[in-house]
Write a protein that binds this ligand. Structure first.
Ligand SMILES: Cc1ncc(COP(=O)(O)O)c(C=O)c1O
Length: 479
C-alpha cells in the first residue's frame, strides 16, 4: 500500500512514479488503461501539476506508459521483443557485492574451452584478425627484434599512444595529447588504475544498472561500495536519478559506459553526455568512462566520449583492444590529463609496464590501416549475428521474453518470464556444454534474477543454433 507522504525524504515525483508503478504491477492499471489526468492526479495525490508531469515523463522514458496526443497518458501494452526494464521502487543504496560465489562459477564456466561460448563478450572473435596481426608481429620482430623483448616505458610505447591519439582524431575529431594516454594491461587495468587514482576503500562509486560484472568485482576487491543508478534501455543512465543519487550519497566517482554499455548495449545521446558532464562538475565528482566498445557500433559511427566535451570536468576514459582486436594481448589504455601523476605512480607500482611486443604489433596494425579495415569487416559480421540471434530467440523462447535491440557490440540482454531463475539455468546449461551469463552478476544487489546475457561474438555455427534452441526449450519447460 502506497500513498504520497510529504514528510518522506523521497522526492515527490519519485513517490508518484512508485504509486503508478505499484498500480500497474498489481493490475489495478492494466495495459491500455488511461492514467488520471495531470490535474486530477495532482488533486488526489496533493502534489503540484509539474510534479505529476515530471513523474509521467519519467514513466514514459521507462516505457511503462505512453502519451497520446490530445488524449492523455496510457499504460503501455508490453510488446514482444521490446525490453521492459524493471522499474525501481526506490533509488539504490550503496552496497557490497552480493553475488561473489555465482560470479566465480560463471568465470569457471565461461573460460572452459569446450563450451558453446554464449557467456563471454568477445566481439572480435566473430571475425578474428589473426592473419593481419600475425603479419604485423612478424614485421615488428624483423624491424626491432631485440628491442621488442625489453621493457616498455611505464606509460607505454610512444608509437602506440600516437596511433591511439590519431584514432580519436580520425573517428570523433578530437585532439588528444599522446602524453595524456597511458597504456594498460587491458581495459580492466585501466579501470583499476582509474578507480585507485580517485577513490579509496569505503568510498561510494555510482554504477549503471545493470552493469559490467568485472567492474563490480573491481569495486568489491578494492573495498569500495557500489550504488546503482537506474539506466534506461534507450538513453543510458537516467540523469534525474543520478542527480538524486549524488544528492543523497557522497559519490567519489561514477563509472559509466557511455557507448554500447554491457549488458544493455545502450548509448547515451550526446546532449545527455553534455548534461552528465555538467552535473558531475556541479557535484565535483569524477567520471570514469568505460569506452571499450566505442568502435563497435554496427553503423560505424563512433560517438564522442564525454572526455572531449569538457576541458574542466575530471574524466578518465578507458579503452581497450580486447573487444576489437585481441583480448589475449591484454592491451588497453586510459585518457586523462587530470590524474596522470597518480596513474603513473600506480601503474609503475602494480605492473611496471605492459607487454612491449603486443604494443608494437598493435601500433603497426593501426598505422598500416589494417585496424580500420578489420573493423569495417567485423561490424557487419556482428550485425548479422545479432539479427540471427534475435530471430532465434523470438522463435524459440516463450512469447513473454523481451530482448534488447543491439546496435553494436556482441551481446543480447534478455528478460525472461518472472519465474525463471537464470542461476539455475546457468547450472543446467553448463551440463549441456553451453555457457551463458546469468542476470544476477550484473548487479551488486542481486537484481535481474530472470535476466540473461547471451553473446553473439563468435563465428556463427550449427552449434550456436542448437545451443539457442536448447536454451529456448529449457526456459519454456521451466516457465
Ligand atoms: C564493459 C567492459 N569494460 C571493460 C572490460 C575489460 O576489458 P579487457 O578485456 O580489455 O580487460 C570488459 C570486458 O568484458 C567490458 O565488457
Amino acid at each position: 500500500m502506497l500513498a504520497i507522504n510529504k514528510s518522506d525524504t523521497t522526492f515527490l515525483y519519485r513517490q508518484v512514479i512508485d504509486l503508478i508503478s505499484e498500480n500497474i504491477e498489481t493490475g489495478t492499471l492494466g495495459p491500455g488503461d488511461r492514467l488520471p489526468s495531470l490535474r486530477k492526479m495532482s488533486q488526489s495525490a496533493g502534489v503540484s501539476v509539474p510534479t505529476v508531469r515530471q513523474a509521467y515523463i519519467e514513466l514514459e522514458r521507462q516505457r511503462r506508459i505512453e502519451s497520446r496526443p490530445q488524449s492523455g497518458f496510457y499504460v503501455r501494452h508490453a510488446q514482444c521483443n521490446d525490453l521492459v526494464h524493471p522499474a525501481p521502487s526506490s533509488a539504490g543504496e550503496p552496497v557490497c557485492l552480493n553475488c561473489r560465489p555465482l560470479m566465480e562459477r560463471v568465470y569457471d564456466g565461461i573460460n572452459h574451452p569446450d563450451l558453446v561460448p554464449l557467456g563471454i563478450a568477445n566481439p572480435c572473435m566473430a571475425r578474428p584478425a589473426a592473419k593481419a596481426l600475425h603479419r604485423a608481429m612478424k614485421r615488428v620482430m624483423s624491424r626491432a627484434e631485440e628491442r621488442s623483448l625489453g621493457y616498455a616505458t611505464t606509460l607505454g610505447e610512444a608509437t602506440l599512444r600516437r596511433q591511439i591519439a590519431y584514432h580519436y582524431l580520425d573517428t570523433v575529431g578530437a585532439q588528444v595529447e599522446p602524453e595524456h594516454i597511458a597504456i594498460t594491461n587491458g581495459g580492466q587495468e585501466a579501470l583499476l588504475l582509474s578507480l585507485q587514482a580517485v577513490a579509496s576503500a569505503g568510498d561510494v562509486i555510482a554504477v549503471e544498472t545493470p552493469t559490467y560484472h568485472g567492474l563490480l568485482e573491481l569495486i568489491d576487491a578494492l573495498g569500495m561500495l557500489a550504488v546503482e543508478v537506474e539506466t534506461c534501455p534507450e538513453e543510458g543512465v537516467t540523469l534525474c536519478e543520478l542527480r538524486r543519487t549524488l544528492e543523497l550519497y557522497p559519490v567519489k566517482a561514477c563509472m559509466f559506459s557511455t557507448t554500447l554499455s554491457n549488458p544493455l548495449g545502450v548509448t547515451m545521446p550526446e546532449c545527455d553526455r553534455r548534461k552528465l558532464v555538467a552535473m558531475l562538475e556541479e557535484f565535483d565528482t569524477v567520471l570514469i568512462e568505460d569506452d571499450v566498445y566505442g568502435d563497435l557500433r554496427f553503423d560505424g559511427i563512433r560517438p564522442i566520449p564525454a572526455q572531449f566535451l569538457s576541458k574542466t570536468a575530471r574524466i578518465i576514459t578507458c579503452g581497450s583492444f580486447s573487444k576489437t582486436a585481441a583480448p589475449g594481448y591484454r592491451i588497453g589504455w586510459l585518457v586523462t590529463d587530470h590524474f596522470m601523476k597518480q596513474i603513473t605512480r600506480l601503474k609503475r607500482a602494480y605492473s611496471c609496464s605492459s607487454g612491449l611486443l603486443q604494443q608494437l604489433t598493435l601500433a603497426d596494425f593501426l598505422a598500416s590501416g589494417n585496424y580500420t579495415r578489420h573493423l569495417k569487416a567485423l561490424r557487419p559480421v556482428l550485425k548479422r549475428n545479432a539479427e540471427r540471434m534475435s530471430a532465434m530467440v523470438a522463435e524459440h523462447f516463450p512469447a513473454e521474453t523481451r530482448t534488447s535491440k543491439p546496435v553494436g557490440g556482441s551481446v543480447l540482454w534478455l528478460e525472461l518470464p518472472g519465474n525463471v531463475d537464470t542461476e539455475e539455468l546457468f547450472d543446467a546449461s553448463i551440463s549441456a556444454d553451453i555457457s551463458i551469463a546469468p542476470g544476477q552478476i550484473f548487479s551488486p544487489s542481486n537484481r535481474y534474477k530472470n535476466f540473461l546475457r547471451l553473446s553473439f561474438g563468435h563465428p556463427w555455427s550449427e552449434r550456436t543454433e542448437s545451443a539457442i534452441r536448447w536454451l529456448g526449450n529449457r526456459v519454456t519447460e521451466i516457465h
